[in-house]
Design a protein around this ligand. Structure first.
Ligand code: ZN
Ligand code: ZN
Length: 361
């Protein structure tokens, strides 16, 4: 990708117009963005991620003498190495197949909204933040970036993204009309790396808009402080952090339990904490919403640090699970829920609550 040669331009009125990294990127990529959005392979299936995940899982298998992974029923069990890494009951489960079909459908439809949405939300947010800061504080201080600033930018970007993820996720669980959409992620009865991208087609634009908004805020703020000049360093740094933390995202839909020490789990989400988020037991419901850090869950009192080998039956609970088995059922699910809400006088509960009581171990 070419480096931005000039990040500021003079407009006819003589005031400096700062072009932030989002606007710059979109301008440069042009039509290529279409291809990038369309040909998006899930990051979790890149060979580097698969290798890293399998290596860590194999280490857990060795250290715990075959213990540490869960079966399709969400219970910890002892197995041989092959079964530990690729358990038959999970990868032949209908839920794992539905993960793939929902992903295919989402990717086919993605080009129809992705470019327009991302080309709008990111740059608009970024330019609005820059405009606001110029209005409030005057011209850019044009700071000179150094490693400390670059790190801070990465951290602010990460926290903005994590907060956006937390807020959207929290709202999707609490608002019944939105839960009807996000529920499709939770109808997964087993967890595989493909479950990460298991979403209803209507969820894609919501997550994408939230992500673009959060990146736009951080990008706008730092483009103002550094007169747009932090762009190149930023891209490198965002890559660094997403490498470090994106891994957490890929492992958290794997059935192997990867715990962090309790003290670290209070700051960073360990992969196994997401097993809890997918459990239909009432004590697990509506916990561990964030993607990367535990900060927001702690602030909003939704943090749940699991015990070793804690039982986590996945899905939405025995009462309603049968309505969400096939890809088709998952595709029409939200529309059926909305119809019932509008005309049936029924508000689908925002959790598996009562059904889960009887499923307690
Ligand atoms: Zn959720
Ligand atoms: Zn998940």
């Amino acid at each position: 990708m070419p480096m931005p040669a000039e990040a500021t331009t003079k407009d006819p009125t003589g005031t400096e117009e700062i072009v932030g990294p989002f606007a710059d990127l979109i301008q440069r990529l042009g039509g290529d963005a279409w291809d990038i959005a369309a040909a998006n392979i899930p990051r979790d299936l890149h060979w580097q991620t698969v290798l890293l995940t399998a290596t860590i899982a194999a280490l857990i298998w060795m250290v715990r003498s075959g213990h540490g992974s869960k079966g399709a029923d969400g219970r910890e069990r002892r197995t041989g190495l092959v079964q530990f890494l690729l358990p038959r009951d999970i990868y032949t489960h209908m839920s794992a197949r539905v993960d793939i079909w929902l992903w295919v459908i989402e990717r086919v439809l993605r080009p129809f909204w992705a470019v327009a949405l991302l080309a709008t939300v990111g740059p608009t947010t970024e330019q609005s933040v820059i405009g606001f800061l110029q209005w409030a504080f005057g011209a850019t201080p044009a700071l000179q970036p150094n490693y400390g600033w670059m790190l801070l930018y990465s951290l602010v970007t990460l926290l903005c993204y994590d907060f956006a993820f937390f807020s959207i996720h929290y709202t999707m669980h609490r608002v019944p009309a939105l839960w009807a959409i996000h529920k499709v992620h939770h109808t997964a009865e087993v967890l595989t790396p493909m479950t990460r991208t298991r979403e209803h087609v209507l969820a894609g634009p919501i997550w994408a808009a939230g992500g673009a908004l959060s990146f736009g805020v951080a990008a706008g703020l730092f483009a103002y402080l550094f007169d747009g000049g932090i762009t190149a360093a930023t891209l490198f740094n965002v890559g660094f952090f997403s490498l470090l933390f994106g891994f957490n995202g890929s492992f958290r839909h794997y059935h192997v339990q990867f715990h962090y020490p309790v003290w670290l789990s209070k700051w960073l989400h360990s992969p196994v904490m997401h097993h809890i988020h997918h459990s239909y037991l009432p004590k697990h419901w509506d916990t561990n919403f964030a993607a990367v850090t535990s900060i927001w869950d702690r602030l909003f009192n939704t943090l749940y640090i699991p015990d070793k080998d804690e039982y986590t039956p996945w899905g939405i609970g025995p009462e309603t699970q049968a309505q969400y088995r096939s890809s088709w059922q998952n595709l029409v699910g939200p529309f059926r829920d909305w119809y019932q809400m509008l005309f049936g006088g029924k508000t689908p509960q925002a959790g598996p609550a009562s059904a889960a009581e009887e499923a307690q171990p």
